[in-house]
Design a protein around this ligand. Structure first.
Ligand SMILES: N[C@@H](CCC(=O)N[C@@H](CS)C(=O)NCC(=O)O)C(=O)O
Length: 203
């Protein structure tokens, strides 16, 4: 299995952490977004919309979308379970993984894309939209902090893919100066410490 990734990007990190939790071996090819290596005709044959990560199997089959890749890995390697063990747990983890994607990762990524000079000349930016997304991120930190007052992990009482998405989202906030303030968000800060201490967080 070959993972095309960028070490600084949050979506490839979701897949690397997932694979580390599963203990699955894989090879990697670094496709640097900064160097525009994801925009080459060769990489576009792997992903026509030039996004990472991409997983390539030994027989040449290609999977895009980090959650499609993680679900495939979960089917092949069911333990440790990261997507839920029964109908209810699967639904709750799906719900929280979507919340982490849409309410944390999306606004945090949009702050970066719309306010950071990295993207000047690469995409159209709207500084105002970036600031609206920064405000939304702050509100969502508040919400996740309240939720975590009553449980250890995002999707319940055990670590799941929802924690992986939330961790990658929040860590990616640093580049835009979006950080957990432990005084304001003590439960979120405690959760962040808990999940960051897992060996997989280094992936
Ligand atoms: N929904 C996709 C999102 C992929 C995505 O946005 N990847 C970013 C890196 S985190 C990327 O490749 N960006 C390059 C660009 O926008 O040019 C997934 O989960 O795989």
């Amino acid at each position: 299995m070959l993972l095309y990734h960028d070490l600084r990007a949050p979506n490839p990190r979701r897949v690397r952490i997932f694979l580390a939790e599963k203990g699955v071996a894989y090879d990697t090819i670094e496709v640097s977004i900064a160097a525009q290596a994801h925009q080459t005709p060769e990489f576009r044959r792997k992903n026509p919309i030039s996004l990472l990560p991409v997983l390539e199997l030994a027989d040449g089959k290609i999977l895009r979308e980090s959650m499609a890749i993680c679900r495939y890995i979960e089917e092949l390697h069911p333990e440790p379970n990261l997507y839920g063990k029964d109908a209810w747990e699967r639904a709750v983890i799906e719900q929280w993984n979507r919340h982490a994607e849409l309410e944390l990762l999306y606004p945090i990524a949009q702050v970066f894309r719309n306010t950071n000079k990295f993207w000047i000349g690469r995409i159209r930016q709207s500084a105002e939209f970036g600031e609206i997304m920064r405000e939304l991120s702050g509100q969502r930190f508040e919400w996740f902090d309240n939720e975590l007052a009553n449980r250890q992990y995002i999707g319940g009482d055990r670590f799941s893919v929802a924690d992986i998405t939330a961790l990658c989202a929040i860590d990616f906030g640093k580049v835009s100066d979006i950080r957990i303030d432990a005084a304001k968000h003590p439960h979120l800060a405690a959760w962040h410490k808990r999940v960051s201490e897992r060996p997989s967080a280094k992936a």
